[in-house]
Design a protein around this ligand. Structure first.
Ligand code: ADP
Ligand code: MG
Length: 341
């Protein structure tokens, strides 16, 4: 029996479908990321799990009980909203403690958890201010702290880091992950940022137009994208898609090589990023001649002038094959080689 399962969850708003027949399971202590572009149904799914939206059809099971019709307060979970949802008339500290007071948790325990949470999210001297006196990032940290102090076994987070600057975002990512591990929390974490999902999650569920496109470990997304949509969504820069009349293959930028006996290509642009340079080229030769703006990642600083000719190659084992019509993954050379060994 899984800790949480969503069975055939569907949500219509009027006649348009926001979430369609979603099925997934989650084990206790897992960190799951619901990933996908804006509007694909992530928040709707999370809100149904929280009990804030009722499904049009389907069921939600938590610890062996059907909770589909249970009100939010009866579900043993905490939630961090994208919009913070703080009380404007209460200080940060009072907002954080609100749920614990309502549940009549003993005062010393409240203070202990408050102190720890404030330290963890780095609110410090701001904890006496009201939301109106705090920046967006600080409000988001209050919302995170409120979820942390609740110590609910299931925590739902909707893009909790989207308003933080890059440095704090990176720090908070590992803080949340450490916290989740040390408290044994089960987390469902919504994000549109594939880097966040890849670096944090045990399991990713990628949504596309309200449906699950692929679910599995971060490695499986990188190594075995099941469709062109997944291939284009995971990886930074994303996988290059090369097409000709009959074929559609994907090769990751880090698997394209500059080599003297490769195919002729022309440089468009070099984007130096410190540890690597991303070179953009148009392919001029070979079975995929005519494909433009392919990206290559090469270590360190590499400078080529615009229109400079270079030669590129890749190993057949790094090709991902897709059906040109459906966009679905085909059992390509990569797959055959692997299974032949
Ligand atoms: P995401 O969180 O992935 O950006 P949402 O779950 O918020 O996406 O939205 C999924 C789809 O459902 C979108 O097309 C959105 O416009 C629609 N939607 C969300 N909430 C409502 C609502 N309350 N009423 C009508 N349509 C909604
Ligand atoms: Mg959303």
């Amino acid at each position: 029996m899984s800790f949480l399962s969503a069975k055939n969850l569907t949500k219509y708003y009027d006649k348009s479908v926001a979430v369609k027949e979603i099925d997934f399971q989650l084990e206790q202590g897992q960190f799951i990321s619901l990933l996908g572009p804006s509007g694909c149904g992530k928040s709707t799914t999370l809100n149904m799990l929280a009990g804030l939206e009722s499904p049009s059809s389907g069921q939600i099971w938590l610890k062996g009980a059907n909770i589909t019709m249970q009100p939010p307060g009866k579900r043993d979970l905490s939630m961090v909203f994208q919009s913070y949802a703080l009380f404007p008339h209460l200080s940060a500290q009072e907002n954080i403690l609100f749920g614990l007071k309502a549940r009549k948790v003993a005062k010393p325990e409240q203070q202990k958890r408050l102190k720890h949470a404030i330290e963890l999210v780095g609110l410090g001297e701001h904890s006496h201010k009201k939301p109106g006196q705090l920046s967006g990032g600080q409000c988001q940290r209050v919302a995170l702290a409120r979820s942390i102090v609740s110590q609910a076994p299931l925590c739902l987070m909707d893009e909790p880091l989207s308003n933080l600057d890059t440095k704090l975002r990176n720090e908070m990512r590992s803080e949340i992950r450490q916290l989740q591990r040390s408290l044994g929390l089960t987390v469902i974490y919504v994000t549109h940022d594939q880097v966040e999902a890849m670096s944090m999650a045990d399991k990713i569920i990628l949504l596309n137009r309200g449906q699950i496109e692929q679910q599995g470990s971060p490695e499986s997304f990188y190594q075995n994208p099941q469709s062109l949509f997944v291939a284009g969504f995971i990886g930074h820069p994303p996988m290059n898609i090369l097409r000709n009349k009959n074929q559609c293959i994907g090769v990751r930028p880090e698997h394209l090589l500059i080599s003297d006996n490769g195919y002729l290509a022309q440089v468009n642009d070099c984007d130096y990023q410190g540890s690597q340079t991303v070179i953009s080229v148009d392919l001029k030769q070979g079975p995929f001649a005519g494909n433009k703006l392919l990206k290559l990642c090469v270590p360190g600083k590499q400078q080529f002038s615009e229109s400079c000719p270079i030669h590129i190659s890749w190993q057949p084992s790094h090709e991902h094959h897709f059906c040109p019509k459906s966009g679905q993954r085909l059992a390509g050379l990569h797959y055959e080689l692997k299974t032949a060994i």
